[in-house]
Design a protein. Structure first.
Lengths: 202, 202
DNA sequence: ACATTTGTTAACCATTTGGTTAAACCTATT
DNA sequence: AATAGGTTTAACCAAATGGTTAACAAATGT
């Protein structure tokens, strides 16, 4: 039997759907069981409690996101190239997992201690290399002076916000689903240009 | 008796606290009653149901946010000035209401139909004037060509994200509460500079 | 073939939760 | 002081919810 067909994995898969769309508090164990096509008792057999099942889903979700961040942080390419790649890759990735950013951001806000557990994990994104690279390129006169943390948050903000605030932005800009998708698609390059325009020393 | 001391208002006040920090699903009517210092039956006496109490809180919250957006959209000052003012005012405002962005974004994601009700309200932010102004300044050669929707989303993203993603950003940039506050404070001008650097025709 | 472990189910349970009710409690008006 | 109105409370209720149990089935090892 393939891994994807085991009961344990079917549960995790159903739990992912339910938790990511309804959050910890809105999710119902019965709904997860129904979606997985099994008895509710099985959830507890494999994962003990709602909390533990939730944590399994959350860690899974975060372990998808972290490599996306590390991609920009841990390679040696010039900042400009980092930004172009990240903006393109991250947006492509998020269009495939639209619930992910909101799920993670929201559950971290609900329980601030939660991130402490994540920090312990190896693979938790580290900014040091990125900062050093930014500072180096500023010294070389390649970039205008900017605090690396601020730049990093700006990059994150511009890429993540369209997914977090989708319902609001859709309404404000009066776009339907199709137009919003095109809007997001064009951001793959627009955002990179916007950032680079701002920081590149002319 | 002042308006703030009426039972009805005390309920709304307590409900705001609880709903904004725990969300619709996580909030408990008993907790709201306790926080308001009254009997649980009073909640239903004044607001009928949890759903209606929630909607009262939500509309209230949105009616705080909308004027902040309209400020940038509906005045006649040059784009550069709009951006500087908005970035400063919005961040100042959000530092006073840190739960607001997450609450609104999150509940809109939970129930996409909800925004339809808001759209009907007069005072729902309208981008037309802002777009016209951006296009005009581009024609004048004052700004580099950019889609006004994209620019608007960028402005929003850069200003809102530090509040939405606070726990994540705090962890990634390894800042404590005090450092994060200073970081946010300095964004009042940093973000405006970042945007204007990017779009100003040199 | 038999025993032991592992997986699965239906029924059940205690608690929590949003909501209701009927009576008590003001407070102003007559 | 009696009355009538809205206001407030304690007690209650039905439904939902996370979790448990005990019996049963299916593998697994000997």
């Amino acid at each position: 039997m393939k891994k994807e067909e085991t009961t344990e994995h079917q549960i995790l898969d159903a739990a992912k759907d339910v938790f990511q769309s309804k959050g910890m508090d809105g999710a119902r164990m019965q709904e997860i069981a129904d979606k997985a096509g099994i008895n509710k008792a099985m959830l507890h057999y494999y994962y003990r409690s709602k909390q533990l099942l939730f944590e399994a889903v959350f860690k899974n979700a975060f372990s998808l996101l972290a490599p996306q961040l590390n991609a920009i942080l841990n390679d040696d390419s010039p900042i400009e190239e980092k930004i172009r790649n990240f903006t393109n890759d991250y947006t492509t990735f998020m269009m495939k997992h639209p619930y992910l950013p909101n799920f993670i951001i929201n559950e971290l806000n609900r329980n601030e201690d939660f991130i402490l557990k994540l920090k312990e994990n190896t693979g938790f994104p580290n900014l040091e290399k990125f900062k050093a690279k930014v500072d180096a390129e500023i010294s070389q006169g390649n970039l205008k002076p900017i605090d690396a943390d601020q730049l990093f948050v700006n990059i994150l903000a511009l890429n993540i916000f369209p997914f977090l605030g989708k319902p609001l932005v859709k309404a404000l800009t009066k776009k339907d689903e199709k137009a919003y998708k095109a809007f997001t698609e064009s951001r793959k390059t627009e955002v990179a240009n916007f950032i680079i325009n701002s920081i590149k020393q002319s």
